[in-house]
Design a protein around this ligand. Structure first.
Ligand SMILES: C[S@@+](CC[C@H](N)C(=O)[O-])C[C@H]1O[C@@H](n2cnc3c(N)ncnc32)[C@H](O)[C@@H]1O
Length: 239
């Protein structure tokens, strides 16, 4: 079993408590999602990971969530947590893109918080989203800003990793918890244009200084002090 899988098992109780507390969605995320959740949508969450977002989406109004993650352990643990909390979430261990769900099964596709870095084919990702959505359905993404791979985690000032560029396609992430993983890079322009090409109309694109995640016990990082982009949210609608 890989370390990522073992991590899912070790963290079960901690994450269950966090799911119960219902604090996983960001305030701005809740605001942007509010009109989409007001219609009691059927949600598909691509790369659902620990599934805490799904419990929060149900609590905020979603009728149901189908989480899709290629990690069997993540899907199993998320299902156990949803069952323990009696939430209408179902998990599928499957690859994105190429999700084995029927066409037009979702009113809302939700994804992000460390998902896009694993997508090596953005066009296939966008086509899968368009296929899963009903006409008029929405996509919601809350993700690391594409500039993030450039920033060092220095405390005194932000430097640019000398071996990385905004227009690079991939890099090796040597920081926790990725530890040597190859991550894919997509510029904001590529993300918007690829979604538009798949038939999605972008309604909201916001950029934030606050990262979606800060490792515990890390000294203050200059790149996170409010001057630089670290996250973005995007809402789009299938035409
Ligand atoms: C950092 S998590 C983000 C998900 C969720 N928001 C969370 O915080 O747990 C990324 C997830 O993507 C999954 N993943 C990575 N590549 C994938 C792929 N090609 N298809 C399906 N799942 C994938 C991983 O197993 C992991 O659970």
């Amino acid at each position: 079993m890989g370390t990522a899988s073992q991590k899912h098992i070790n963290e079960y109780d901690e994450l269950l408590a966090e799911a119960r507390a219902g604090t996983i969605l960001f305030e701005r995320e809740r605001e942007l999602l509010a009109p989409l959740l007001a219609t009691s949508p059927e949600v598909v969450h691509l790369q659902s990971g620990h599934g805490l977002d799904d419990v929060a989406l149900i609590d905020a109004g979603a009728r149901s969530v189908v989480g899709v993650d290629y990690s069997e352990v993540a899907a199993t643990m998320a299902q156990r947590r949803a069952n323990d909390l009696a939430k209408a979430c179902r998990y599928l261990a499957a690859e994105v893109p190429g999700v084995p769900l029927r066409d037009s099964c979702a009113d809302l596709v939700y994804t992000g918080k460390g998902a896009l870095i694993w997508m090596r084919d953005l066009s296939a990702w966008a086509r899968d989203i368009a296929r899963l959505l009903r006409p008029g359905g929405h996509l919601f993404v809350y993700e690391a800003h594409p500039m993030v791979p450039l920033w060092t985690w220095d405390e005194d000032e932000t430097r640019i990793h000398p071996d990385r560029g905004y227009f690079g396609r991939t890099h090796i992430n040597d920081t926790f918890p990725a530890n040597g993983a190859r991550e894919w890079q997509w510029t904001l322009g590529e993300i918007v244009t690829t979604l538009a090409s798949a038939g999605l109309e972008v309604l909201v694109l916001e950029e934030y200084a606050e990262p979606f995640w800060r490792p515990a016990d890390l000294p203050p990082v200059a790149a996170w002090q409010g001057r630089l982009p670290n996250a973005f949210a995007l809402t789009a609608r299938l035409k």
